[in-house]
Write a protein that binds this ligand. Structure first.
Ligand SMILES: [Zn+2]
Length: 337
């Protein structure tokens, strides 16, 4: 029996004939990458903003409406010196670039500057605002981590302008990492909503994929749901699969995680196996999930021309390729924004 954490290379047979020189799946989910010193102690340093503005090495990641500034034809962020940009509506300290071993001095400080609807005037020719889902998988580790950090922070600020306890206006403090309610001296910290996403397999190591009611036809992915208050991650896995597919699962195993700041999720990936003796007839709940299908490896390779698989930035795609044992080609990619 194959275990979920021992992927069979694509095309391998049960007799063990592995194909030659298959490309291997990515070692980490695409948005779980980071190459940065977040330098949390600097967030409360007096005079930090003025020092940033005067630092010739300082870099700004510009954001507008959840999108990051990129240069056409370049797989990375368009980072600018603060003196070349107009004043933003919000600024958040992201951290410092990591320096090579033996290099003198700290790395370059980086801030996210968030612009409102008039921001398009700040865009120079050759650049554009891009959504993470369409560009971040091609970014290097530093830019992928920076972009996710910046978008997640900006999304949190956008919906926390008022205190949840008294309704008063809140102000930005600690370099964008805290909001404060002056009326109560209450501090508000950025929140992340945990969700579980589950690679369900059966005893034949087939994988269960579902088509969500919110998606266009022929989109299939692994099942996912938010963790409820007072619930462990493992209990959420068992509950979600029972609710969405009518299946009893056990052998819940943690695979990895990645932030998914649309607007504030942390996707926690698990493998789970249909429980011994339990029926494998998956029954969609008819509300959130409209169709469920089991795929073996040959089946998913064949279906990739007619079924849209999760986008390359998603942890779902990483989970599927990890199970499959190689990158999956899909001629019907999910639309991205
Ligand atoms: Zn308050």
């Amino acid at each position: 029996m194959l275990e979920p954490d021992v992927p069979t290379p694509a095309g391998a047979t049960r007799e063990g004939t592995a194909p030659a020189a298959q490309p291997t799946p990515a070692p980490a989910p695409p948005l779980a990458r980071e190459h940065l010193d977040r330098d949390a102690s600097a967030r409360t340093a007096p005079g930090r903003e003025a020092a940033f503005d005067a630092d010739p090495e300082a870099l700004v990641l510009a954001l507008h409406d959840g999108r990051v500034l990129v240069r056409e034809g370049v797989d990375g962020l368009e980072l600018r010196h603060p003196s070349t940009l107009p004043a933003p509506g919000l600024r958040c300290f992201l951290g410092r670039t990591l320096t090579d071993p033996g290099a003198s001095g700290p790395g370059a400080p980086i801030e996210a500057w968030v612009y409102d609807a008039d921001a398009s005037a700040a865009i120079a020719p050759g650049t554009r605002w891009a959504g993470l889902r369409s560009v971040a998988a091609a970014f290097g580790d530093r830019d992928a981590g920076l972009a996710v950090e910046a978008v997640a922070l900006a999304n949190w600020h956008a919906v926390n302008r008022f205190c949840p306890a008294c309704g008063g206006s809140t102000e930005v403090v600690q370099s964008g990492w805290v909001r404060r309610c002056p009326a109560e001296d209450r501090l508000l910290f950025p929140r992340t909503d945990p969700a579980v996403i589950v690679l369900v397999t059966d005893d034949d190591d087939r994988v269960l994929l579902g088509s969500n009611a919110m998606w266009e036809q022929n989109r299939f992915s692994v099942l996912a749901g938010f963790v409820e208050p007072g619930e462990s991650l493992e209990a959420a896995v068992v509950r979600e699969i029972a609710e969405e597919a009518g299946l009893a699962v056990d052998r819940v195993e943690y695979l990895g995680s990645q932030p998914w700041p649309f607007p504030a999720s942390l996707m926690c990936a698990f493998a789970a196996r249909v429980a011994p003796g339990a029926a494998t007839a998956a029954v969609p709940d008819g509300e959130e999930i409209l169709e469920l299908r089991w795929f073996d490896r040959d089946g998913i390779a064949e279906a990739s021309g007619s079924v849209a698989l999760p986008g390359p930035t998603s942890i779902a795609r990483w989970m599927l390729e990890r199970w499959y044992g190689a990158p999956l080609e899909s001629s019907l990619p999910w639309s991205t924004s």
